[in-house]
Design a protein around this ligand. Structure first.
Ligand SMILES: Cc1cc2nc3c(=O)[nH]c(=O)nc-3n(C[C@H](O)[C@H](O)[C@H](O)COP(=O)(O)OP(=O)(O)OC[C@H]3O[C@@H](n4cnc5c(N)ncnc54)[C@H](O)[C@@H]3O)c2cc1C
Length: 326
């Protein structure tokens, strides 16, 4: 009898050889030997303790909207976090489980007459995934909203302050360690506007944004990070473009951020295709699955785009999407 399977069943719903393509917005990824969905934080901690004691490899999945999952078998446990409690506390603080859907949290915050997290209405996936990648949109990001984060770290449960999370553009310490985010506290403000007006404004912004993005294709959102160019020398994330300055619009240099989509487009990559993966014709920072793409197709396309951008601008693009392999 498979003891991992029988033990896992005590903590949540378990599937064997579950195709990851069913759980990623890219609709990519081979089978996970064990796939467990957990909807309570207490169970999540128990399963993490069990896997740690038994030395079993695992990977965490939220909404699967920022991952590129290998086509090969994942020979371990995929833990899908589906905890979903949202509580309003005093002082306009929302306590949110890591598995809560970001869009739902944003909608709930607006419903409660709170402002500051409307930008989340446009971001797929879970709050845990959003914290790990310091997700952001329309001028907001998790760094701007987080008061505290509760994590599981090597058998212990800790609370980290915003500063301790090491947030930077699409970065946090959680990309560098194996912490599992369990719960977060968002610091919001009481809105002077009616909920329905707040919601109307947020939806208008999202509609505009969506009109610039490819619709109807599986993707993982933006593939590459925008390029930061004005940090002090040596600070992580900063690059000095070596291309002639007239090659890059002055407005990007003035802002200190070069749009990755602009670089990809101007390196001639729009529409570039490998297998069934294609650089979107509509938004050059999206790679879309035309149907039947493999993770290998996407990886090869990423490499080709990076090379073309480097050859033209001498800039190394970094990927925003997280690779899942064991
Ligand atoms: C159409 C589309 C539009 C998008 N627009 C935006 C946008 O505007 N702004 C933006 O920032 N992003 C955007 N994204 C990317 C994505 O939605 C965000 O990065 C999102 O926050 C990822 O959350 P997730 O739960 O899906 O993470 P997943 O894809 O499930 O996981 C991403 C990484 O986080 C880890 N992880 C997930 N949950 C936890 C946890 N609880 N503890 C520890 N690690 C965890 C995973 O192991 C993985 O390494 C977009 C994606 C799509 C498909």
């Amino acid at each position: 009898m498979d003891t991992i399977y029988t033990t896992l069943k005590k903590f949540g719903k378990v599937k064997l050889n579950e195709p990851m393509s069913k759980h990623t917005t890219f609709k990519l990824g081979g089978p996970a030997k064990y796939f467990i969905t957990i909807d309570k934080n207490e169970k999540l901690v128990e399963v993490l303790n069990f896997l740690r004691e038994e030395n079993v490899e695992y990977v965490i999945l939220g909404g699967g909207s920022n991952v590129l999952c290998t086509d090969k078998e994942l020979d371990g446990v995929v833990i899908k976090i589906a905890s979903s409690e949202i509580k309003q506390l005093e002082n306009n603080i929302l306590q949110v489980d890591a598995g809560c859907i970001t869009v739902a949290v944003a909608r709930e915050s607006v419903r409660l007459g709170l402002t500051g997290f409307e930008w989340g209405i446009g971001v797929p996936g879970t709050i845990g995934g959003a914290v790990r990648g310091n997700a952001g949109a329309m001028g907001g990001d998790m760094k701007g909203n987080i008061e505290r984060v509760e994590v599981y770290r090597q058998g212990e449960i800790l609370e980290l302050t915003n500063e301790e999370c090491g947030f930077a553009y699409r970065e946090s310490i959680f990309k560098l360690n194996n912490d599992v985010i369990l719960r977060v506290w968002l610091k919001l403000e009481k809105s002077s506007e009616e909920s329905k007006d707040l919601m109307k404004k947020a939806l208008e912004n999202i509609q505009y944004r969506n009109s610039t993005q490819p619709q109807g294709f599986a993707s993982s959102g933006c593939i590459f990070k925008n390029v930061i160019v004005n940090l002090p020398a040596g600070q992580a994330g900063s690059q000095k473009p070596k291309a002639k300055s007239q090659d890059i619009p002055q407005e990007f240099l003035d802002k200190g951020v070069i749009s990755a989509g602009w670089l990809v487009d101007n390196a001639g990559c729009k529409g570039l295709q490998i297998g069934k993966a294609q650089v979107s014709e509509k938004h050059a920072n999206f790679i879309v699955n035309l149907g039947g793409a493999t993770a290998e197709d996407v990886k090869n396309l990423i490499d080709e785009v990076k090379e073309k951008v480097y050859n033209k601008f001498k800039i190394n693009l970094e990927t925003e999407v997280q690779e899942i392999v064991f």
